[in-house]
Design a protein around this ligand. Structure first.
Ligand code: GDP
Length: 460
């Protein structure tokens, strides 16, 4: 880049910042919650979906002030780029397939052009620009925050309490057996690496176990750029072993501290601290499918994730940096797996999972919202006649490519009891994406509400 181009770019960046035309939007959620589909849809809606009929709730589009969005092709080479083009290709295949899921953090920047509605900008400029940076990162990394408030021994106790839960116990038996046979005086690199591999295998098994959401440390499962770093040689000894001050326990304590200092804190300072707004995707319907223990663990995981948005004066985060996230959206994803009249219950269910903490005073620094959405709608909804009554139903194709028309069942507006789960099985089926032609806007549920909440005020 020539000096002239550099100065032009810098002054452009500067004017965008001074005019408050720059927004960093974080997108997160646990694995499988729908981040990849969400960002792919968000970008596609902003670059192709400028039809008022398609995004009626997004004011800048409804008022015909939106002039279009463009993905910036140039991005710093050191920053992983969100592969939106490849993801769209997956959706265009015949039959269409879902794009591969998020495995680390990545970014994408867009320039959005619009006509301002009011104010000085509307009078002085025929065209305004908003630079939007989308940052995608695994929700598992937010689950690490509470580690900063525990020492290694406490983390071992926490982990083993969790592994003793009925839906986790059986998988942990081999690892427990492995730990019982360890020579605790052997703190060598080889011994650490060997046990870490065993623990990683257990975490991977949990990751593939429906309803086991709370897997720590997050980077062991999704290492991102840290793969192979020594501080990732980390696993929880049995609580009675952890307190023994053996060579192995001491080494693990060191790695634990180093993980907190060199992985967790920098993630918050370098990435999280710079976010202006945040969306958190939650797949409540899959948790319902997997039963009571899954719902309980999802709730526990969400409580831990919420700590990252707890900005009170005594909060852990305020010690690390000055948070600036001003809006947080919790979205119940894949709502197209249920019939539309169930969406209200779905968002109430998510509110209950969040324990209504949104209303508490320590969250007041950020405006929060909860909604049920589908980033990429994979079903169509309608009615069938049953016993002379119009019954709501959805139509789609299962992952085994079988066409189905059915009523997936009611979504409970509150978390059902263990007894209820014993008698009732939820079955919200996973669906294939609908065939979609390039340049058509992607079908969605409430992405216009998401866009209005996240960007509406910046595009007035
Ligand atoms: P990530 O791990 O958070 O990046 O999750 P993905 O975006 O890869 O989503 C995981 C899976 O959930 C996808 O492969 C789809 O099967 C499904 N999915 C995601 N978003 C939607 C949606 O809006 N509607 C439907 N029906 N399924 C979705």
């Amino acid at each position: 880049m020539s000096l002239y181009q550099k100065i032009r770019q810098q002054s452009r960046e500067f004017s965008q910042r001074t005019l408050d035309r720059h927004l960093r939007l974080g997108v997160t959620g646990l694995s499988g919650s729908g981040k990849t589909a969400f960002i792919t849809s968000l970008v596609q809606q902003l670059t192709h979906g400028d039809l008022p009929a398609h995004l009626p709730f997004f004011a800048v589009v409804r008022e015909k002030r939106y002039l279009g969005g463009q993905v910036n092709q140039q991005q710093r080479l050191s920053v992983p780029r969100f592969p939106v083009e490849q993801n769209l290709q997956h959706l265009q295949q015949q039959p269409p397939v879902w794009p591969p899921s998020t495995r680390g953090w990545s970014q994408l920047s867009l320039t959005l052009r619009y006509k301002a509605a009011t104010g000085l900008r509307a009078r002085l400029q025929s065209r305004s620009e908003l630079a939007l940076n989308i940052v995608d990162y695994p929700g598992e990394w937010l689950l690490d925050l509470p580690l900063l408030n525990m020492d290694y021994q406490q983390w071992c106790e926490f982990s083993w309490r969790l592994f003793r839960q009925p839906h986790r116990q059986a998988a942990a038996n081999d690892f427990e057996q492995h730990l019982r046979l360890l020579n605790l005086q052997d703190g060598s690199e080889l011994a650490l690496q060997h046990s870490t591999e065993q623990y990683k295998a257990l975490l991977q098994q949990y990751h593939d176990t429906p309803g086991a959401y709370l897997n720590q440390p997050g980077r062991l499962l999704v290492p991102g750029e840290l793969a192979g770093a020594p501080m990732l040689q980390l696993f929880p000894l049995l609580p009675e072993q952890a307190g023994e001050h053996s060579a192995l326990a001491k080494k693990l304590e060191q790695h634990y501290k180093s993980y907190c200092k060199n992985v967790i804190e920098p993630f918050y300072q370098q990435h999280f601290a710079r976010l202006d707004r945040q969306i958190i995707l939650v797949d409540c319907l899959s948790a319902l499918n997997h039963g009571y223990a899954a719902m309980q663990e999802l709730q526990q995981a969400l409580q831990l994730i919420l700590k990252s948005f707890h900005y009170g004066p005594s909060s852990l985060l305020t010690r690390l940096f000055k948070p600036q996230i001003s809006k947080v959206l919790f979205a119940a994803s894949k709502s197209d797996h249920a019939t539309p009249e169930q969406h209200k219950a779905l968002s109430l269910l998510l509110q209950q999972l969040l324990h209504q903490p949104l209303k508490l005073s320590h969250y007041q620094s950020a405006i929060t919202e909860v909604m049920a959405i589908a980033a990429i709608r994979a079903s169509t909804s309608g009615y069938v006649q049953a016993d002379g009554l119009a019954q709501p139903c959805i139509r789609g194709e299962t992952l085994g490519q079988k066409s189905v028309t059915y009523f997936p069942g009611e979504v409970p507006a509150t978390i059902p009891s263990a007894e209820f789960f014993n008698q009732h099985k939820f079955e919200f089926l996973a669906l294939q994406p609908i065939s979609w032609a390039e340049h058509e806007p992607l079908p969605h549920v409430r992405m216009d509400h998401v866009l209005q909440f996240m960007l509406g005020d910046k595009m007035e």
